[in-house]
Design a protein around this ligand. Sequence first.
Ligand SMILES: NC(=O)c1ccc[n+]([C@@H]2O[C@H](COP(=O)([O-])OP(=O)(O)OC[C@H]3O[C@@H](n4cnc5c(N)ncnc54)[C@H](OP(=O)(O)O)[C@@H]3O)[C@@H](O)[C@H]2O)c1
Length: 311
Amino acid sequence: MTIPKDAKIYIAGHTGLVGSALYRKYQKLRYKNILVKSHSELDLTDQRQVETFIDREKPEYIVIAAAKVGGIRANINKPAEFLYDNLMIQNNIIWSALHHNVKKLLYISCGCAYPTRSNQPIKEEYLLTGLPEPTNEGFALAKIAGIKLCEKIFSEYGKNFIACIPTNTYGVGDHFDNERSHVIPALIKRFHRAKTDKLPAVTLWGTGRARREFIYVDDLADAIFLLMGSYDKNELINIGSGEDVSIKDLALLIKDVVGYKGKILFDTTKPDGMLKRILDSSKIQRLGFVPETNFRRGLEKTYFHFLKHVL
Ligand SMILES: NC(=O)c1ccc[n+]([C@@H]2O[C@H](COP(=O)([O-])OP(=O)(O)OC[C@H]3O[C@@H](n4cnc5c(N)ncnc54)[C@H](OP(=O)(O)O)[C@@H]3O)[C@@H](O)[C@H]2O)c1
């Protein structure tokens, strides 16, 4: 059932990459009662603050796009914080939602919740069939716990609390700082710097053969909107684009979008990581989800965002 336009919907983490796209989507569709609070106004790791906020505001629907997110280095250096903060954020919101009659809640988990050595494409039932990547184990454990808490509440209390796993996301609102950036913003920044500094070549780690899947953030927002309106099953659901690209082809595309004329070199002494990682998104495809953004166009929008808002 589509959520009515005057329903009170709380988007936790509305300033982040995913949350901001979802916020834009609901605003564009003229939802009138979207509830948001910035991190400085409401610290979601603080149980008392969250409880008071949910009790006072009484949202009918909640999407949890708030999380402490970071790159590999941050995850290696602060594993306890990534585990603790994320458990607190999601537990506080989910538990308050349970006790304040929230009609529906969607928890956004992460592909890192799946085992590192998973069969490909990764189906939802592969969760907990192996160990997550050790470098971000703390984060991954929290993201698994969030899925499981929603599942247990759904079966024990009959509440419509569901969880999804999006693939690697990129787009407007991406982070370009070294602590948080993922592969696409990192490459955009490197090629842009190489262009302005007139460097003859950019060297990337690995052979470039590893393949990764990406979804443009507005497409992810469309999928989340779809799930909020019409997915009411106690079953985890993947959100992917269904297409993967080699790191080499990705780098060539970004080089072209940025307009860098130098060479790309690969340092093959460095690891590639998993050779292939792609979600099986057949479940959400059966609900009618088709990502609309052409990959090159999505990269162009991300680069324009970098030029306009980040530099
Ligand atoms: N980006 C991806 O590629 C991707 C892929 C799959 C799944 N996901 C999942 O999607 C979710 C959102 O990711 P994202 O990329 O949008 O992350 P993000 O850009 O870092 O956004 C996280 C949001 O959470 C807020 N936040 C963090 N700690 C908070 C706290 N203690 N209290 C209140 N707000 C807090 C942040 O506010 P501040 O910035 O002000 O701290 C921000 O609004 C995460 O669960 C992530 O695992 C992301």
